[in-house]
Design a protein around this ligand. Sequence first.
Ligand code: C2E
Ligand code: CA
Ligand code: CA
Length: 575
Amino acid sequence: VVCLSRDISERASAEQERRIASIAFESQQGMIITDAKNRILRVNQAFTEISGYSADEAIGQDTRLLASGRHSPDFYLAMWRSIQQTGAWQGEIWNRRKTGEVYPEWLSISTVLDAQGAVSNYVAAFTDITERKQAEERIHNLAFYDPLSGLPNRRLLLDRLKQALAATVRSQQYGALMFIDLDNFKNINDLHGHQAGDQLLCMVAERLSGEVRGVNTVARLGGDEFVVMLEDLDAKAEYAAAQAEQIGERILSALGQPYRLGSLLVHSSASIGVVLLNSNDGDAEELMKRADMSMYEAKQAGRNALRFFDPRMQQAVQERLRLEDEIRRGLTAGEFVIHFQPQIERHRGLVGAEVLVRWQHPQRGLLTPVHFIGPAERAGLIEALDFVVLTQACEQLATWARQPSRAALTLAVNLSASLLYQADFVDRVLALLQRTGANPRLLKLEITESLLLDDMEEAVVRMRTLKQHGIRFSIDDFGTGYSSMAYLQRLPLDQLKIDQSFVRQLVEDASSQTIIRATCALASGLKLEVIAEGVETEEQRTLLIANGCDMFQGYLFSRPVPLEAFEALALEPVT
Ligand code: C2E
Ligand code: CA
Ligand code: CA
């Protein structure tokens, strides 16, 4: 009896355990039981509710069925390593529902061993934590973002600033921190109420974000104080300052546009303080303080202004601004003139000239392009300048057309990228030819390879149109860029201009000779003319001829000279 009664109680308690287990299995948590190879053996109702897969659909499948694809192989590797070593794993994981939706879950996996100690099953229990995640995100947003504008707040800015500073150590590039404060926000708030004020701040936030897209950060510190952090500026302080200044000017002009607040149109301006970011110059807090101080200086300077913390930067920027104003003035005053540097053909002698711009400065005398082309480009004045040069060249061609001895002279004009890509460039050139009566066949436009890199397709279209009207094209500084056969063929070119650097080394350096010989062969294959620039010695000329180049330009024949001197030149063929 004793024996029998023990038998029944064992059976009864096993039965009881199974019942408890199966109720526990149907809990609120999703449950999966797999075999040792991750094949699903059993799932519960909560599994189906969360994942969307019915028991029939899931059983027999690999658990990869649920993978979201959001985790790297390394993630799973670490998970399985933990399961092997400790028998369990738990953590957050992204999985995918049957609908395709990816969701976060809290997952714990345990191992079941058989009597021999080998893995027989895995048991996984998980809860959907989508809602918790969303709540966390809301809390995170409150902690790091300004609720009014949606911009990062001071805390997040400081975070990013520290990261940016660390990045400057690696990249050696500067960044910049700009403190921006509206000049009359208090008035607007007092006059039109807080609602109008809030609306204005949101518009400011939008305009700022619009001006500095990409890796840059726009933050709101509170009130009417904003910060823009620029990253990846130049590695040279002066250039970085120039870049920051340019963006700062754009910001000032964007914030200076009128704001429409309902039926109201209000005007505002801002003051900006700038400090360059470099890890050697103090920590984040210190840099913030400096940018703030410079902002107050900008206010003192009369508002709607930008000030650098570093007086040297301020001075460099001011000098550049002064030069830009000067260039603008010089353009109106007609101080930019052209000089001519002869181009010689071996059998025909003088065939034309390259037109090189000079600035007849009232105080500084005659200036060469190194002094003003770069600044003119940065100030957006190069198109105007190039067009002045092009106009003078066309007028000169028209004048020479009436002088039999000079009627066949060609003029080569340097063309900057910004002019070529200007929307109405082709029309403007055609109108200019019409107005001056210059023969387009005598006009050659010199372009550089770097110019073409911006938008090759568009450049080709424009060049083709102009070529149909007779204008010719030369590729300047040939050999210094990425000259590829592919685009040489696609461009409607007439001439290759071998860069001075090859000519300079020609006599000592055999590889320069090889390059020149190859260039000449390439040109003749493509039916292009070749000219060498920077020819200074008889020896260079002789070697050029020996290597197949028959056109020259350089000090050996003449420096660039004013019109009268050019017309007085009598350059004979080279025999
Ligand atoms: P570039 O187009 O390569 O012009 C040739 C430069 O080499 C000229 O300098 C010329 O004076 C100089 N050069 C000529 N022969 C010799 C020589 O035998 N030896 C040496 N060492 N140099 C020689 P420049 O006039 O100072 O012009 C410099 C650059 O400025 C030009 O280089 C061109 O890129 C740019 N530039 C000149 N005029 C204009 C213009 O109207 N528009 C634009 N966008 N750029 C221009
Ligand atoms: Ca040139
Ligand atoms: Ca050149």
